[in-house]
Design a protein around this ligand. Structure first.
Ligand code: NI
Length: 253
């Protein structure tokens, strides 16, 4: 629709000017056909639903974790770090960076303990000590647990007051120690919604992780924290449940 309007006449009337004279009507059609506001580029990139979560265990470690954080920042990728409590001392700046740069920080116990073989008090202490150290570094927050080796029994799990995160893609990077093989193993198995297990403790795993981000981002994937992965899928994570993915709980024995 092309609206016929004399803008100058209107302005003239508003200003109380007498007469309008002969004016050319402005063409307002461009304003009427502009359509809805443009979608920002950041919302256009990435196909709907192609989200994955990278998770890194056994850090922080000065050189490798810092390099990983640099690489993730450059790529606009978020990740989740399940840290070991006894490695926090001396690496507080890395923990602060994780929080400041939008990553999720999780608990991988204080001494990488096999929780299913400890008595209850020792088990709770392993979890609590890391929570306290993280609270000191970045403030009180809900810190989800990843039991080392994924080991935790049903009875012990019932004592855990946060959700627990297992994984759905495991390239065994700690065993391969080979960047190319780790990349291949992840790219072969990954699907939207997956939680990928890696270790920021190894340089080969850091190199692999950044290459995986580059390849999958080019395919439309986006890298989010585990917490965000649950939120995007509309799933409310429950305390004491061990999740392989937001939509798949793992049976505990
Ligand atoms: Ni571990």
């Amino acid at each position: 629709m092309r609206r016929k309007i004399c803008v100058v006449c209107l302005i003239g009337l508003l200003l109380g000017a007498a007469g309008c004279g002969e004016v050319t009507e402005p063409d307002l059609s461009a304003y009427e056909t502009a359509g809805p506001a443009q979608i920002p580029a950041e919302q256009e990139s990435g196909e709907a639903g192609k989200y994955v979560a990278l998770t890194f265990d056994d850090g922080p470690r000065g050189d490798t974790t810092a390099r990983l954080l640099d690489g993730l920042k450059e790529r606009g990728a978020k990740a989740t770090f399940f840290v070991i409590g006894e490695q926090i001392a001396g690496n507080e700046e890395l923990i602060k960076r994780m929080a400041e740069e939008g990553h999720q920080i999780g608990n991988h116990t204080y001494s990488h303990a096999r929780l299913n073989s400890l008595d209850q008090d020792r088990m709770l202490e392993e979890i609590h000590k890391t929570e306290v150290l993280l609270g000191e570094a970045v403030g009180e927050r809900s810190v989800w647990l990843r039991p080392p080796y994924g080991f935790i029994g049903k009875d012990r799990a019932a004592l855990v007051k946060t959700p627990m995160i297992y994984w759905s893609v495991d390239p065994k990077d700690w065993k391969l120690l080979d960047t190319g093989k780790v990349i291949d193993a992840v790219l072969r198995d990954v699907e939207p919604g997956d939680i990928i297990l890696l270790h920021d403790f190894y340089a080969t795993s850091v190199d692999a992780a950044l290459a995986i981000v580059d390849t999958l981002q080019a395919q439309g994937y986006r890298f989010v924290t585990v917490e965000e992965l649950f939120r995007l899928q509309g799933i409310e994570p429950k305390a004491g449940v061990l999740y392989a993915r937001p939509d798949k709980a793992r049976e505990m024995k």
